[in-house]
Design a protein around this ligand. Sequence first.
Ligand code: HEM
Length: 287
Amino acid sequence: MKGVTGLPPKARASFARGRCVRGTYAPSDQANEITKSCSFTKPSRVLARFSLEGSLDNSVTLLRGFSFRLGSDGQHSEVCTQSAPVHFARTLDQMSAFLRARIPGPDGRPDVENVEAFSVANPETLHQASYMAAHPPPASFACTTYWGVHAFPATNSKGETRFIKFKIAPVGEQATEPKVKVRVKPAELLHDDLETRIAARDIRFSVMALLDRPGDPVMDVTIRWPDEDRREAVRLGTIVITGVEASDACDEPVFNPSTLAEGIGHPPDEMFAARRDAYTISQKRRR
Ligand code: HEM
């Protein structure tokens, strides 16, 4: 991952540019119909980070990240979401080959023919880029919708388990603001916009659980569920971002998607299984 972006040793391997923020989480009345997780059924403080994928300069990047930690009393959950509903690789071997094909050569550029040949042989690795091209993100982190991508098994207080997908959707004025579609927005402008908005008023997101149907593909993070945009969904709660936090708070080894309080289980796909160690290694190296 670092080979592609040329990021320095102390940077995150992914989503290196970002802003650390704080806020609160308030559960909805329906949350416990979906999960018994204390993280999602009880109010708590939130530590979160908005971020941008790509290198540290202002090169073209469309993918945004939103990581958040909620819960209390040792019942924390950490969820990493991004502004696309799919990942760029289905298996670890495929992810590794995708990244290797994009490592710049001696002239500072990746071998275009190599990248094209890989894409032709692995068409599902284009799903994320196609989605981003068709849905350029809005002008602000605050107006962006984020997805958890994987299918998470959620167990409610009756012991019933079903798969859900996290969708983090802006609410209030943010959601209805005219969407000035920008293809590229320099990181500093996005960060300044975020700080200005937080200083003026809070920023709100609904934490939605998209509900599964029998036969949904739960092992493949490069494809969406059929009719996913019109899925039945339950609002688990609301995240309210109230302040900018010193970056040190998020530079600690904070967001690891395998940290989930009982009631939301680990997704069964191989990409999720690899994430626990990948984040731990990155966090150790960058300290
Ligand atoms: C499948 C969907 C994925 C999503 C939505 C996602 C999202 C994110 C986000 C939002 C961050 C920034 C964390 C922060 O703010 O501190 C991040 C960091 C990172 N991701 Fe992912 N990611 C995904 C898949 C993966 C996979 C498959 C791997 C590797 C196998 C991976 C490895 C990493 C690493 C190493 C970091 C840096 C962690 C750190 O140093 O704190 N991610 N990811």
